[in-house]
Design a protein around this ligand. Structure first.
Ligand code: C2E
Ligand code: MG
Ligand code: MG
Length: 757
């Protein structure tokens, strides 16, 4: 209602009513009172009466008006106070944009939202506009304009606004346009809410959801009553149940029955007390298959601490268990034969020893080694070698009963643990195993004969722990091999003593190498026909600080077994080359210097390089160096030896076969060997000239050498009749105490026994 119009209307009504009253009451009084004096008095009275009446009416009306106005003002003030209190407590930012003045009201909450002190709030639109994130600004301004122009009925948007601390906060803005009666937009009013935290929570939730969907672990969520409310794809993959199968159901449908009630009780107690439980649990898949899983359950509580959910995360352990089982098998078994390996054998021996102690029982460990298996591998190839090992394993196993357990320790080594109190059981088993090998093996259409050697150690008599038992069985095996193979030998304490002295010699020899205790002696080699000294053989000695001079026979075998022979022979080679160079430089005309090469070194490789290096370093011409390899070393590994001999010969050095006659050379093989000399073993020379067998062999070797164009040297000539016999039979050279024992270089030179140089 228009207040002016209303006032005008009321005033107008008053004017008409008053005019009518004045006019009608005057007329009526003039008609009623004819006396002019009475009429004048009445008119006077009427005039003041009218004034009094209107005064009273005006007074009451104004009283009522002012009372109402006061009430309205009070209500308004009250309303305003309430509103500003609301604005103060509302954390959201309220704004009111007057579109005509372009001024904006920002509530205290708005100051809080953008991190400004209250007193810095202005009514400038720029306060808001300049804080918009550059990426959001254009979009947000356009949205507000759309709303002002009526293109949208409501404003609703999310954007970033700069906070006082420089960071950007996410806000959700909601607003509405107010129009005037004429439809003009008057103001845009709205509320901004900081949703940064909510948004990051949403982000986290989204990420968590993505993780749950993608994770390999199965996930199952129940409410507080234990009703399944959520599962992930991995749950379905592991259990076989789809989400629809289980939602609304209970996790107990996965129970396998493998765990008893006490297990679950313990689990629930842990969950109630600590809020978490983890452990291995066996469940049942939809297919009925029972499988192990590692499960982690957590109780979820809301902010008030009330239990709302249980979340179970689990992984399927079945493949892990399977591979653990496989790994365990691999770790304890030999892949070629499937037999227990050394590790498992040790465990079994340990158990057998413990049982023997508990039950006053006993038993034996049989160490088994195939004789000359290396030949098979080298000559027929590893494939056949492997097949043969498998066949041997089968055959060995067929000889065993339930008291025995067979293992393969690697290569061609096997072992059997026998649990029996009777020592003769061990020997009869060993005999059985030897006999089982006597029949040939058919491998890849080839017939192969194979024998084994066995070493037997008894427990508890020989040893009470695994290491000793194994060492003793090995010592016995070594003994069996040394005694000619295809045999078995029992352990004896002397074997240990021998092994111990072996160890002592080895460590003393290491010390000797480091402290220059080795000496090189030289034994002359003479031309039998002319008597001239044509060369020398280098022979190593060990000048022991306490024991004096030690012959090579005492330490070379130890050096060969321990590998020290490499260092010894390298030292000898180097010394010999250097010595020969010195002699030649001094005008002594020796044809050659001979150096012994160990059979071990011979088989190991690297020899060719070492020889070349020694020659180069000493400056000795290769034809002055003669390498002696024993016949047995060559025959043991013929193909490899042949190749190496050819390479050595290419270097230009001379080669001799030492101890000839002891190594069962075949003529076929001998013919192929690129050597220059044969050295008749001193064992055959010793019986000359009377022993007819020795004489026959010596003559045969000389004839063989001549027929193949090789020179022949006789070793160990101690007497002139031996030399004479050999000369008669056209042996080329002689070596032995008759011509001179091995001597240090300076002594040899001083003596120069049979005129050389
Ligand atoms: P070998 O190469 O056959 O050497 C000949 C052995 O016969 C030498 O023994 C020598 O002293 C000995 N001897 C020489 N003349 C006579 C004799 O008239 N009567 C008798 N009964 N013996 C005689 P030694 O020096 O004790 O060497 C023994 C073996 O040790 C050598 O046999 C050789 O196989 C090995 N040897 C020696 N020195 C070395 C070396 O530096 N390296 C390697 N790997 N082996 C070596
Ligand atoms: Mg020799
Ligand atoms: Mg010899």
């Amino acid at each position: 209602m228009n207040p002016r119009l209303s006032a005008l209307r009321i005033s107008f009504l008053y004017l008409i009513a008053a005019t009518l009253w004045v006019w009608l009451s005057d007329q009526w009084l003039q008609n009623v009172l004819h006396d002019p004096a009475s009429l004048a008095r009445a008119l006077e009275l009427k005039k003041y009466g009218f004034l009094a009446l209107t005064f009273l009416v005006l007074f009451f009306l104004l009283c009522r008006h002012f009372r109402r106005q006061d009430a309205a003002f009070a209500a308004l003030a009250d309303k305003e106070q309430r509103l500003s209190r609301v604005f103060e407590v509302v954390e959201d930012g309220i704004w009111d944009w007057d579109l005509e003045t372009q001024r904006v009201y920002y509530s205290p909450g708005y100051a809080n939202l953008i991190g400004l002190p209250l007193e810095h709030l202005s009514d400038d639109l720029l306060l808001w506009e300049q804080r918009l994130h550059p990426e959001d600004r254009a979009r947000i301004l356009a949205l507000h304009q759309d709303c002002i122009q009526g293109l949208r009925t409501r404003l609703e948007c999310v954007y970033r606004i700069r906070h006082g601390d420089g960071s950007y906060r996410w806000v959700r803005s909601r607003g509405r346009l107010t129009r005037g009666e004429d439809g003009r937009p008057l103001r845009l009013t709205g509320v901004n809410r900081d949703i940064t935290h909510q948004r990051s929570n949403e982000d986290h939730l989204r990420q968590a959801a993505a993780v749950f969907e993608a994770t390999q672990e199965g996930l199952l969520v129940t409410d507080a009553r234990g009703v399944i409310v959520h599962t992930n794809p991995s749950f379905s993959r592991i259990t076989g149940y789809s989400a629809e199968d289980v939602l609304g159901g209970e996790p107990s449908l996965l129970k396998s029955g493998r765990q008893d009630a006490a297990f679950y009780q313990h689990m629930w107690t842990a969950l109630h007390e600590n809020g978490v439980w983890s452990g291995e649990i066996w469940n049942r898949r939809k297919s009925g298959e029972v499988y192990p899983q590692w499960q982690h359950i957590r109780a979820v509580r809301n902010e008030e601490g009330e239990l709302t959910h249980y979340v179970a995360v689990f992984s399927d352990l079945s493949s892990l268990k399977r591979s653990q089982h496989e790994l365990d098998f691999l770790a304890h078994h030999d892949p070629l034969t499937g037999l227990p390996n050394r590790l498992l054998l040790r465990e079994r021996i340990d158990q057998a020893l413990a049982r023997a102690e508990r039950e006053q029982g006993g038993g034996a460990l049989l160490s088994i080694d195939l004789d000359h298996f290396k030949h098979i591998n080298d000559s027929l190839g590893h494939n056949i070698g492997d097949q043969l090992i498998r066949a041997v394993a089968e055959r060995l196993e067929s000889c065993l009963d339930e008291r025995c357990s067979l293992a393969r320790l690697g290569g061609d080594e096997f072992a059997v643990v026998l649990e029996s109190q009777q020592p003769h059981h061990a020997s009869s088993l060993a005999q059985r195993l030897l006999e089982a090998m006597s029949a040939p093996f058919e491998v890849n259409e080839q017939t192969i004969y194979m024998s084994v050697s066995l070493g037997v150690s008894l427990f508890p008599e020989d040893a009470r722990n695994v290491d000793h038992l194994m060492q003793h069985a090995d010592a016995a095996l070594f003994q069996a091999k040394a005694s000619g193979r295809n045999l078995y030998a029992f352990y004896t304490p002397e074997l240990t003593a021998r092994a111990r002295s072996h160890v002592q010699v080895e460590s003393a020899l290491r010390h000797a190498l480091d402290h220059d205790e080795l000496r090189l002696y030289f034994q002359p080699v003479h031309d039998l026909a002319t008597g001239r000294m044509v060369g020398v053989e280098s022979l190593v000695r060990w000048q022991h600080p306490q024991k004096g001079l030690i012959a090579p026979g005492e330490f070379i075998p130890v050096a060969e077994e321990s590998g020290l022979i490499t260092a010894i022979d390298a030292w000898v080679l180097e010394q010999a080359c250097r010595q020969m160079r010195q002699w030649l430089n001094a005008g002594i005309h020796l044809d050659f210097i001979a150096v012994n090469v160990s059979s071990r070194l011979f088989g190991r490789g690297g020899l060719e390089e070492r020889v070349a290096l020694a020659l180069e370093q000493s400056g000795l011409e290769p034809h002055h160096l003669e390498l002696e390899v024993t016949e047995s070393a060559v025959m043991e590994n013929f193909d490899q030896a042949l190749e190496l001999l050819c390479q050595l010969r290419l270097l230009g050095v001379h080669l001799a076969i030492d101890d000839f006659g002891t190594g069962y050379s075949s003529l076929m093989r001998l013919k192929r060997m690129p050597v220059h000399k044969l050295k008749i073993d001193q064992g055959f020379v010793a019986g000359l000239p009377d022993d007819s067998e020795d004489a026959a062999i010596a003559c045969a070797v000389i004839a063989l050498g001549q027929s193949m164009g090789l020179q022949v040297v006789a070793e160990g000539i101690e007497r002139p009749d031996q030399a004479a016999f050999l000369l008669t039979h056209a042996c080329d050279f002689g070596q032995g105490y008759w011509y001179g024992a091995p001597q240090p270089a300076e002594v040899l030179l001083a003596q120069l026994p049979r005129g050389t140089a």
